[in-house]
Design a protein. Structure first.
Length: 199
């Protein structure tokens, strides 16, 4: 199951700058809330994605996403926001990221650029590795996503910005609904066979 499918609501960003929301559980008001907040619904491989385009400013993406999540809290608290396109500080653009999380290959790695950031990562269970920091392999995907979300919040509380990459170049790369594969072209009907009639 992809990282995007473990919470009732998942917010992320694609590499090309789309902000997206995936709703994994039936929430009756979700469509109305998200579209009223400016997200455009798009049917994709058995699910509805809610998108803000890449030309949306970070301030606007931050406000629209925050407004939607605030309203969705009345229906569920099971959500996670790992989007980088919505990072905006009330006093202006978010500072440059000092931690980069990467979930692109099914594992969770992090690169920290300051000692303070490294300390935060290690407090949340990341261990040093040759290419940065990594989460233990025994953690499941849902737990790993939760660790990243908590570490991002901790870093933000210290004034340290972070950025999470999900390995999704465009919205088309978001996985199908669990248990559903890409539709295949139906097989052509068998060629008619002619039986020989004997007398």
């Amino acid at each position: 199951m992809p990282f995007t499918d473990h919470h009732a609501v998942f917010v992320g960003s694609t590499d090309d700058g789309h902000t997206f929301v995936v709703v994994n559980q039936p929430i009756r008001s979700a469509h109305r809330i998200l579209t009223a907040s400016g997200f455009t619904p798009r049917e994709h491989q058995g699910r509805t994605l809610y998108l803000l385009p890449p030309d949306t400013s970070r301030e606007d993406a931050h406000n629209r996403t925050g407004e939607a999540l605030h309203q969705l809290l009345a229906h569920t608290m099971d959500f996670v926001d790992l989007s980088w396109t919505t990072r905006y500080h009330s006093t202006g653009p978010a500072p440059k990221a000092v931690v980069h999380f990467d979930l692109s290959d099914g594992r969770v790695t992090a690169t920290a650029h300051t000692p303070a950031a490294q300390e935060v990562l290690e407090q949340h269970g990341f261990t040093p590795a040759p290419a940065g920091h990594i989460l233990p392999s025994h953690l499941g995907e849902r737990e790993s996503v939760g660790v990243v979300a908590r570490a991002e919040t901790h870093l933000w509380s210290l004034g340290l910005a972070s950025e999470t990459r999900l390995g999704l170049p465009t919205p088309e790369a978001i996985a199908a609904v669990p248990g559903r594969t890409r539709p295949t072209r139906p097989a052509p009907p068998p060629a008619p066979t002619h039986q020989r009639h004997t007398r």
